[in-house]
Design a protein around this ligand. Structure first.
Ligand SMILES: [Fe+2]
Length: 195
């Protein structure tokens, strides 16, 4: 496990020792053969940075199919919820997933990325001027000039990652849909190595 902190607060962690998901659970049919959405973002925001406008990417999440969910519950040493497949789809090439905090109950987000969405996609963390580092569920700003950049991560595919959902973060630049297995966790004490 590798953990990155800012002012004593965990931004993200990676778990090299957690097992990789077997390929037979990762083909398109095993991931997406049902139409039931777990969550869909509205995606109507536009961010403004240096007098340039950025359309938001579209976020969708489907529940994981039972085989994948059982494999995760049996093999990953952490009890997380809302296990699903997320797709973050840039509506125009090289746009962002605009800065946001995750929505309740995603206090922390677990990711296992299957497609990075581009060769140079960074997950960037920010603190908004005159605001605390740790924010409320669902906080956003469209004034991207009002953010102090604090750290960036370039994650790999097929690696388990934990993100702090209540520190403002974005994805940039997205060239194509970014796809990941994902889940939520309320309390990182559940992960013994972080306790
Ligand atoms: Fe997020």
């Amino acid at each position: 496990m590798k953990e990155v902190r800012y002012n004593d607060t965990m931004l993200w962690a990676t778990f090299e020792d957690w097992p990789k998901v077997p390929n037979y659970l990762l083909n398109n049919l095993s991931l997406f053969n049902n139409n039931e959405l777990q969550y869909e973002g509205k995606g109507l925001r536009v961010g403004l940075q240096n007098n340039k406008y950025y359309k938001n990417s579209l976020y969708k999440r489907w529940p994981a199919l039972p085989d994948l969910e059982s494999w995760i519950r049996e093999n990953i040493p952490c009890n997380f919820n809302q296990i699903g497949i997320q797709e973050i789809n840039p509506v125009v090439k090289n746009t962002k997933l605009l800065v946001h905090c995750d929505k309740e109950p995603r206090r922390y987000t677990i990711l296992y990325i299957l497609d990075l969405g581009g060769e140079n996609v960074f997950t960037n963390f920010y603190q908004e001027h005159n605001q605390p580092l740790v924010r409320n569920y669902g906080d956003v700003t469209n004034n991207l000039d009002n953010l102090q950049h604090i750290a960036s991560a370039k994650f790999k595919t097929h690696q388990w990652v934990l993100l702090n959902g209540l520190i403002m973060h974005d994805l940039d630049p997205l060239e194509r849909p970014r796809i990941a297995i994902t889940g939520s966790i309320w309390d990182i004490k559940e992960i013994s190595s972080l306790a």
